[in-house]
Ligand binder design. Sequence first.
Ligand code: CMC
Length: 428
Amino acid sequence: MSKTATLEIDGQKYEFPLITGTENEVAIDVKTLRGATGGITTIDPGYKNTGSCESGITFLNGEEGILRYRGYAIEDLAEKADFLEVAYLLIFGELPNKEQLDKFHADIKEESVVDDDIKKILDAFPKAAHPMGVLSSLTSALTAFNPSSVNVDSEEDMYKTVVKIMGKFPVLVAWTMRKKSGLPLNYGDNSLGYVENILKMMFEKPNEEYKQNEILVNALDKLLILHADHEQNCSTSTVRIVGSSHAGLFASLSSGISALWGPLHGGANQAVLEMLEAIKEDGGDTKKFMAKAKDKADPFRLMGFGHRVYKNFDPRAKIIKVAADEVLGDLGIEDPVLDIAKGLASEALSDEYFVKRKLYPNVDFYSGIIYRAMGIPVEMFTVMFALGRLPGWIAQWKEMRARKEPIGRPRQVYIGENYRAFKALDKR
Ligand code: CMC
């Protein structure tokens, strides 16, 4: 393959280098385009054809359904690693040895207390507030309580900041849920594993001892691993672009949480469950909702189907579908909503509209069913996604700063009014 791409505009030819990634992905490097052409730009709404960076964290091949973190297959990580090992892998580039993992966990525990005044901020939110808005605000507020900016060139400084947020974030997540359920704001137990501790913080009642359920611990561990990173998606790109202005890590994460909230992104897991419930309430006729999804005059979309990148299958959905069956089976739960989900999935997989557009169930089609079986309120589902995505966001922010990437600042093509003379108020 030629190592350059040629662009011809009005008979004038311009050469641009091709760059090839380690998995042979090829990109046209247009860094010099505007300078060479006298200001011509590219336009690509939704960035469907635009690589925003070179990254060594996550490899994703949508056609073949491949997802790897730092070279390790998601299937292996979901089966053989725990969430904290995966977080370390994403953030620091290698799987930790026992000593590194123990130290990482111990340092996180040291940091798993938040300033008590955070409770006052939480207190000011109405109970009806959506947990994603609350979590984003509390994460941003962490900046106020931990104001010193991180020196990104110091490994030690970076490490300290990483363990700080890995320690404090689950507390914010648990408190966000407890506030909604009217439960007292508590702390965990440092003798527990990272995921066990999260469950205890979320579910412990003041008048009874919290008993760990291994099925729930394993299910949550797996879900967090599956959500831990997904290269340059909407929230991750947000975290990188906010950080590119040299805004701090916590402020960048808070913006990522807001981006994740939307129903086309992380908010889909809540939307899926609400859709399945609505189908159930309506009598369970999946065909009717399939028809609505295909009707271009109807804005309804089958939530949990389709993906910007996966056009064959979502490897995370495959793993999670099995996990959903296991969890419900192990807990002895018969959920009619799971039957509706299965019905929809099998109809969509053989429906011409969905097959032609390569719309397959994505990770969030099944995750909500597991969260529900775990007793997590629907509005908290996207918060759980954020909990899983935290190490990915941190890793991407850290990489962006370490590579000294320039501030993110796209161009546009202006389509507004040409110059107009100003009209005084009494002349309009
Ligand atoms: N239901 C019905 N039609 C759909 C759906 C759907 N869920 N998704 C896409 N289409 C149609 C769309 O109408 C379009 O049809 P046409 O070519 O006739 O105009 C075609 O498929 C291509 O869709 P698109 O919107 O151009 O594709 P996209 O890559 O911009 O959007 C998506 C990807 C995930 C936003 C979209 O598939 C969607 O809205 N899905 C439902 C929401 C969802 O489940 N989101 C979670 C994604 S996984 C979690 C995460 O990583 O964030």
